[in-house]
Design a binder for this molecule. Structure first.
Ligand code: DHB
Length: 505
């Protein structure tokens, strides 16, 4: 009898604890997968386990988006669990809602699996996502909800580190454009207490949301300063290739005039410790465009003289000199010898010595029409249409909103109008610059890979340059470049990206 009682009590308590375990929908189930494969561009097949449609919060508001997919390759390249990085890629564009994604052979997701990494592609609420509540449409993707979703997904990975293959202390976030902005936010705001209340309410796992590294392609970020940064840079094209009308020029001039104070307020320094101010900023920016053009020349790229890249031409050896100095070769001139280690042929490459900004920025503007002022907070200023940014800062009823006092005042005609406190908090939470101090902060990603194409006009060059410089100044490891001739795009030069991942992981 006693034995029976003990067994019963034990049985009941075990059942209860099983029930409790079952109720924790945030625990990863290692047995719930299907097997799939992708064929890489070179023809090799990568097989993996696919764990899909996993909710990463307990209180799901939008079941279409608050889910993640995890892919684990069979071939882990002989790495032990702690050596396996996790690529956490988002597919967010235009601040739109984005469902949990699947791997693609030709981008970083397929490449990650081929490299033996674990891949996670979370979905996130954003522009356009909505649910029906009490017969009414409620828009679920207003800022900072998309970011909160990515943070909740990160917490899921940490919370289940013992069950999910790979090392949750080696999460690399990756995104492009609005997704690049989100990646930068994940990196800059890891474990920041400002988000705790929201995450708790969502029922996110009680775990870290810090990531090890952030990969940010053309991040459309620093949104509340992006309009002034755009006009300050591109204002020189207003009456030329940009063809602005008088009203647009007036807005451009007003915005541009606000930018120097912002630049000066950042207190940035260059790699030698010299202060970067609005006075010398364009010279600082020049160093990145010059480095980009120089690298392109060394890789054999042709750069027309007309676009403002000023070069010093190293004297070429004469034809006779080349014939005389080279080995017998049937009278053909020699190509310059390759440098040791397979480095590019640089002996006769021109040196980039300066940038003519008017010419170069006009060239960029001929590649794709520039945005009209204001480039981001445009709603109700010179046109009625709302931008993706106006929508993401909008309300649950789907109305867009201004997110700068400047545009709010223009739209309302009230020179004293200002953004509400509630909205100001949301705007603050969506800007990584607010979380990068003068020194390192625990929780911020240690490593950064930031790219913005040298002809990408979707935001001002100042945005990625300031982000990279602020991070570098604070002591983080930053790999930053403006790759030559690249438009607004991401996930290019995967060899370079994965070399970098291998070097920091
Ligand atoms: C994106 C591009 C933009 O120009 C913009 O303002 C916001 C988002 C994008 O491609 O994600």
């Amino acid at each position: 009898m006693t034995r029976y009682l003990v067994t019963t009590v034990l049985g009941v308590s075990m059942a209860a604890s099983c029930l409790a375990a079952e109720k924790d929908i945030l625990r990863f189930d290692p047995d719930n997968y299907r097997i799939d494969s992708i064929t890489m561009p070179m023809g090799n097949v990568v097989r993996f386990k696919a764990y899909e449609n996993i909710f990463y919060v307990r209180n799901v508001e939008d079941s279409a988006y608050q889910k993640l997919n995890i892919y684990v390759p069979f071939d882990l390249k002989g790495k032990s669990d702690v050596e396996i990085p996790i690529l956490m890629r988002n597919n967010i564009g235009g601040y739109m809602a984005s469902p949990a994604g699947t791997p693609t052979p030709a981008d970083a997701t397929g490449r990650a699996l081929a490299e033996g990494y674990v891949l996670c592609i979370p979905g996130a609420r954003g522009n356009g996502s909505s649910v029906s509540k009490d017969g009414k449409t409620v828009y679920t993707g207003t800022a900072p909800n998309g970011l909160l979703d990515l943070k909740a997904a990160t917490r899921y990975l940490h919370y289940n580190d013992d069950l999910i293959p790979g090392n949750s202390e080696r999460i690399f976030t990756d995104g492009t454009s609005a997704g690049g902005a989100m990646s930068s936010l994940q990196g800059a705001t890891g474990n920041a207490p400002e988000y705790d209340g929201y995450l708790k309410k969502m029922g996110a796992a009680d775990a870290s949301d810090a990531v090890y590294a952030s990969i940010c392609y053309c991040p459309i970020t620093d949104l509340n300063h992006a309009d002034m940064e755009y006009e300050w840079l591109y204002g020189c094209t207003n009456t030329g290739v940009r063809h602005l009308d008088a009203a647009q020029i007036a807005i451009s001039d007003e915005l541009s005039a606000m930018c120097p104070a912002y630049i000066d307020s950042l207190g940035l320094t260059d790699s030698e410790g010299n202060k970067i101010t609005s006075e010398n900023y364009m010279d600082y920016l020049k160093t990145f465009i010059m480095a980009s053009a120089q690298k392109a020349l060394e890789e054999g790229c042709e750069i027309p003289d007309s676009i403002g890249i000023i070069r010093y031409q190293k004297p070429r050896p004469s034809f006779a000199q080349m014939l005389g100095s080279g080995p017998a070769n049937g009278g053909m001139p020699q190509r310059p010898p390759r440098m040791e280690g397979g480095a590019p042929r640089t002996e006769y490459t021109d040196y980039v010595i300066d940038v003519d900004w008017d010419k170069y920025l006009s060239y960029v503007a001929t590649q794709q029409t520039l945005k009209t002022p204001p480039a981001f907070d445009a709603y109700g200023v010179l046109k009625d249409a709302a931008t993706p940014e106006n929508r993401v800062f909008g309300n649950e009823q789907g109305d867009p909103s201004n997110f700068t006092d400047f545009s709010l005042r223009k739209r309302t005609g009230n020179p004293d109008a200002s953004i509400s406190e509630v909205l100001a908090t949301r705007i603050k939470l969506m800007n990584p610059m607010n979380f990068i101090g003068k020194e390192k902060r625990q929780g911020t990603a240690a490593h950064w890979y930031i790219r913005h194409g040298a002809k990408d006009r979707d935001t001002s060059f100042l945005v990625p340059v300031n982000l990279a410089t602020a991070l570098e100044n604070a002591g983080y490891d930053v790999n930053f470049a403006l790759p030559w001739n690249r438009p607004h795009s991401g996930d290019y030069n995967l060899d370079d990206l994965f070399r970098w991942i291998e070097s920091v992981k």
